[in-house]
Design a protein around this ligand. Structure first.
Ligand code: NAD
Ligand code: MN
Length: 488
């Protein structure tokens, strides 16, 4: 049963009608049924949201001291925890994602607000001895209005990764969710208003990327842009930011390797590797979608991964024991399936999955592509679905070469029984995060972000605050002689 609800934009502290007048029907990916009707922002709405953010910067939000921002971030974390049941169901139905994953994401979202509530204490300038009767100090100022654009795969988590450091730094935000998945962040904005964030500090403008999104990025009232999404769109956004020299950070795609050496404990490595691709149905930037396996254990590992892939519980996202829900849409499923067909044509073997089943909903089975080379499209391009490509390697040097032979560099996992090798390989892999005998990827406090075409800038960390701050140097003279450089 689907209950349709209507949602406005969130601007200047309240839900508002769109100037565009556009309401869009959202359907539930797992059932195809109508879920909600949501306002879509156009250019006039973006103008209004940016104006509200600028007014907040010059007004109540700009005057809110760090201790009070910290209290508000904690209050929002508390509100997320208190409303977790409603938020989890909303997110699970909107994305088609297993509610078990969504619950973990919600806990992470609350923790992230708490982390930045504390990290505010690190915002400080300094004064260091320069000599020559010069007195200098620096101070940190919010960079200004932040435009934030997030994708559909973790709508709530990605929005909170972006909101928390910006708000901690004192920046007001205009956030554009993906038009398919605006529900949870609209609710977060309401909760923020309820706990006391001043009007204009948080504005949410759901809308299409190439129109509303690019208008927001190019808006002269926006000082900083933070984007999570595909590498192609990241490039477009970089172009839009280049002429006005806007501050920019990009969290982009990945094609992350998972290296299994013959000396690894396979009873951990195999089930963890299965989780690392099929969690979130593979619609994860950090999905370990290339499984690199030492030649001597290749057939064994392909057999074990195939067997465990068939045991992943796929089904109704709202059932508590479901491990994988549906994909975001049937059109996205077509794209995913196209990669699998392409791999078959290139001569790879699909050992399980790889077929679209009967019935409603955008479901796709856990799929394993074996006998694959790293040059195949399925090994180079981000599939963003439950598809792992298993590639053999000869030795450690070959493993590192293949791991790095891709345009992305977001994440990597290494499985080995040799501790020295774990650290040696970690130092040679070009990726923002490397796990050793551990599949988990994101924790508040640990920098998260990419090398190469996976983007630049780090989220989740203390250093993220600096991406929302300017450093101002103030210099004066403490000497007794007149300052008269020309001797006039
Ligand atoms: P996408 O780039 O098409 O869309 C992402 C967001 O950008 C959406 O909100 C979209 O509306 C907006 N957008 C699209 N075109 C735009 C434009 N021209 N100007 C401004 N905004 C625009 O990405 P997608 O394919 O929908 O989402 C999945 C992608 O996101 C994957 O490639 C995935 O790896 C990436 N991702 C990266 C991370 C990370 O942290 N590195 C996290 C999650 C997802
Ligand atoms: Mn897209």
């Amino acid at each position: 049963m689907a209950v349709a609800t209507e949602h406005g934009l969130f601007i200047d502290g309240a839900a508002v009608e769109p100037a565009s007048g556009e309401l869009r029907d959202l359907s539930e990916p797992a059932t195809g049924e109508l879920l909600a009707r949501v306002a879509m922002a156009g250019e006039a709405d973006v103008d209004r949201a940016v104006a509200a953010a600028r007014a907040a910067l010059d007004g109540a939000w700009g005057k809110t001291p760090g201790t009070e921002r910290s209290r508000l971030l904690h209050a929002l974390a508390d509100a997320i925890v208190a409303n977790r049941k409603e938020l989890a169901e909303l997110e699970s139905r909107n994305v088609g994602k297993a509610i078990s994953s969504v619950k973990a994401e919600l806990a992470g979202a609350a923790e992230n607000f708490r982390f930045y509530a504390s990290a505010i204490a690190t915002i400080a300038g300094r004064s260091n001895p320069i000599g020559g009767s010069l007195l200098f100090y620096s101070q940190k100022e919010p960079v200004g209005v932040a435009a934030q654009i997030v994708p559909w795969n973790y709508p709530l988590l990605m929005a909170t990764w972006k909101l928390a450091p910006a708000l901690a730094a004192g920046c007001p935000v205009v956030l554009k969710p993906d038009p398919q998945t605006p529900l949870s962040v609209l609710r977060i904005a309401e909760l923020a208003a309820e706990v006391g964030f001043p009007a204009g500090a948080i504005n949410i403008v759901p809308g299409d990327g190439p129109t509303t999104g690019s208008y927001l990025v190019g808006h002269p009232g926006v000082d900083k842009v933070a984007f999570t999404g595909s590498t192609k769109t990241g490039g477009e956004i970089m172009r839009l930011c280049s002429e006005p020299i806007k501050r920019l950070t990009l969290e982009l795609g990945g094609k992350s390797p998972n290296l299994v050496f013959a000396d690894a404990d396979l009873s951990d490595a195999v089930p963890a590797s299965v989780w690392a691709i099929y969690a979130s149905a593979g619609q994860s930037c950090e999905a370990r979608s290339r499984l690199l396996v030492e030649q001597s254990i290749y057939d064994d590992v392909v057999g074990r991964v195939t067997e465990l892939a068939q045991r992943v519980k796929v089904g109704d996202p709202l059932e508590s024991d479901t491990q994988m829900g549906s994909l975001i849409s049937t059109s996205h499923r077509e794209k995913v399936h196209g990669f699998v067909e392409g791999a078959r044509e290139e001569g790879a073997e699909v050992t399980t999955g790889g077929a679209i089943g009967e019935g409603p909903g955008a479901f796709y089975p856990p799929t394993v592509i074996a006998r694959a080379g790293n040059q195949m499209l399925a090994a180079q391009e981000e599939i963003f679905g439950p598809v792992v490509t298993v590639i053999p390697f000869a030795d450690e040097a070959d493993a590192v070469r293949i791991a790095n032979d891709v345009k992305y560099g977001l994440m990597a996992t290494v499985w080995t029984g040799d501790p020295g090798r774990g650290h040696r390989v970690a130092s040679r892999i070009k990726a923002g995060t490397v796990g050793i005998n551990m599949p988990y990827t994101a924790f508040p406090g640990i920098p998260f972000g990419g090398y190469k075409q996976s983007g630049f800038g780090r989220e989740l960390a203390v250093e993220t605050l600096d991406l929302y701050l300017e450093t101002k140097s103030v210099v004066t003279y403490t000497g007794t002689r007149p300052t008269n450089p020309f001797g006039l």
